[in-house]
Design a protein around this ligand. Structure first.
Ligand SMILES: Nc1ncnc2c1ncn2[C@@H]1O[C@H](COP(=O)(O)OP(=O)(O)OP(=O)(O)O)[C@@H](O)[C@H]1O
Length: 243
């Protein structure tokens, strides 16, 4: 369970980017964070991923409060959380399968990291993850840079699974994708929440996609959480509070 209490981020010049953001997320939830450009979506995700410090407030994961500055907190989070950025940071020259293997890096003993040896079990598991996101046929064919944007996002999801992630934070996972590819990415994320009890929090600007695929919708406006509802079609009044 993730609890965020009164998370606030203020810059040195006094500008407030996040203001007293509070929520609780349980296993199995697929939350889509909706907000206009500049509302603070990326900042919130990157604070939660401990990539940025916040000014005030608490981030509590399974009962343990984490700070944005302790190295040990970052290390423990890196094992269980995956942060998917807008353009997935895949190795462009390696194929999908090798990119998925790289998700296992933190779990491997040192000698395996140094020698780069891959066991048969891991090979099979990585293929399973690629099958899970419908990319088995592309596992070894092409370097990742030749895959479409949607396929690259799905490789990043498979890599998060290989990493053993229990939580995925995704910043604009569907940006630049055609509606069909975007829907596939969101369906994959939704299925992971349902079937594997994962938590996914994805920042997006496309409200319709969120309404159709998420289990919960948050609205962020001017750094404040102005809406927190089970996913459904938003009323005009609700839309007005966000945009
Ligand atoms: N380090 C920083 N210094 C100055 N301003 C910042 C900094 N980080 C974020 N901001 C400002 O805070 C606001 C929120 O930015 P953020 O990137 O979180 O918004 P967003 O909702 O993700 O926007 P987009 O949808 O366009 O990516 C923006 O006005 C941005 O310019």
């Amino acid at each position: 369970m993730i609890i965020v209490r009164n998370l606030t981020k203020t810059l040195i010049d006094g500008q407030t980017i996040l203001s007293k953001v509070s929520f609780q997320v349980d296993k199995g939830e697929f939350v889509v964070l909706i907000g206009a450009s500049g509302s603070g979506k990326s900042t919130l995700l990157s604070c939660m991923a401990l990539q940025q410090k916040w000014t005030e407030g608490q981030l509590i994961i399974d009962g343990t409060e984490l700070s944005g500055s302790k190295w040990s907190d970052k290390f423990s989070l890196r094992k269980d959380w995956a942060f998917m950025e807008e353009r997935p940071a895949l190795n462009p020259r390696k194929n999908a399968l090798k990119n998925v293997f790289s998700g296992r890096f933190y779990q491997l003993p040192l000698w395996r990291k140094l020698t780069g040896t891959i066991s048969t079990d891991e090979h099979i598991r990585a293929m399973d993850y690629l099958e899970r996101v419908g990319l088995l046929d592309k596992a070894k064919m092409l370097p990742a840079e030749k895959l479409s944007g949607g396929e690259q996002q799905r490789v990043a999801i498979a890599r998060a699974l290989a990493q053993g992630a229990k939580v995925i934070l995704a910043d604009e996972p569907t940006k630049g994708l055609d509606p069909e590819s975007a829907t596939k990415v969101l369906q994959d994320l939704r299925a992971l929440c349902k079937e594997q009890d994962m938590i996914v929090i994805a920042a997006m600007q496309n409200l319709e996609m969120a309404e159709r695929n998420a289990s919960r919708i948050w609205g962020l406006a001017g750094g404040r959480l102005v809406l927190d509802i089970p996913a459904r079609k938003l009323t005009q009044q609700e839309k007005n509070t966000i945009f």
